[in-house]
Design a protein around this ligand. Sequence first.
Ligand SMILES: Nc1nc2c(ncn2[C@@H]2O[C@H](COP(=O)(O)OP(=O)(O)OP(=O)(O)O)[C@@H](O)[C@H]2O)c(=O)[nH]1
Length: 326
Amino acid sequence: MAHAIDVYIISGFLGSGKTTLLLNWLEDAKREGLTPGVVVNEWGDVHVESDMYTGTKTVELLNGCICCTIQDDLKTELANFLSTTETVPDVLFIEGTGVADPLEVVDAVTDPAFYDKLQLQLVATVIDSARYLEFQSRLHSAKDVRQMLTQQIEAAPLLLLNKVDLISEKQKAKVHKKLSAVKQSEAVVLETEQASFSFQEARAVTGNAAPAKRHAKACSHDHDHDHDHHHHAHFDMHSFVPETTFSSQELQKSLTHLSGTLLRAKGVVETDEGKLVQFQWSGGDVMFRETTQTMPRIVLIGFGLDEAQIQSELSGASTSVNASGE
Ligand SMILES: Nc1nc2c(ncn2[C@@H]2O[C@H](COP(=O)(O)OP(=O)(O)OP(=O)(O)O)[C@@H](O)[C@H]2O)c(=O)[nH]1
């Protein structure tokens, strides 16, 4: 291989706007005539957004955080990706799950096995500015959430303060202040709406500080691969096939009625009109958008979610798959 492939890692907490940024960068790269490749790591057992990457060489790592065995999977997938006879991409975008420590992805990419094949250019962390203060609050948020956010922010020389359309100037100032206590001193912080920061602009940042590099610490998560569940620190994940139809208002109502702490929900549901749509929920309104997916699915992630209530509010049937920890 003549040149190593430039790698850009997109990090950020659940629902912050990583996929939105990835889609922007994919378009930018293609417009420039580059051939991009994508690695997406999803916390769900089904990738409900896979139709968004049609036409791009994509590797999906499902059901996990990129850590421990999943980190080994990432290395294996990267090796497979690089050894296929198809066109080698010019640039590779890796989107971690919202509950991944980006340094674990950095470790995989900078593994000696790839030293002449992959060239890490940038770790960009996307931050949901509308939920950042809540997520960083000792009063309103769990320690795992605060730690995860801190790891993601500390690892990145580029921080995109996304969703600024949802907050006031006063809130924005508070977010900047909080962020400056955590971020790398040289980190570039930019405010965005719809993660509108182009790939060209991102490349200009790569001249700045390299991503922090430390060996990923030993995995402290509980994994029990003999059972049909995956445990992300203390995050519970539920994934199931809903057997009812929804309007966006009904889905909104059901999601916001759930006891425990729901951090993120997404999936594919059937509308009352019998059409399958993709839905997104990350703390605000439920958003529906067109999809070519052919199966309904709901994936939820949070803390202390009640399985029985999820069944009665959202599943509508007994086909529910509990993928939560413990
Ligand atoms: N209001 C607002 N919504 C946004 C913005 N950026 C993204 N969104 C929406 O926020 C939701 C989550 O965005 P994604 O890009 O899927 O977030 P993600 O970080 O990939 O989410 P995970 O799948 O949980 O990792 C989607 O409904 C987006 O359309 C923004 O700047 N403002």
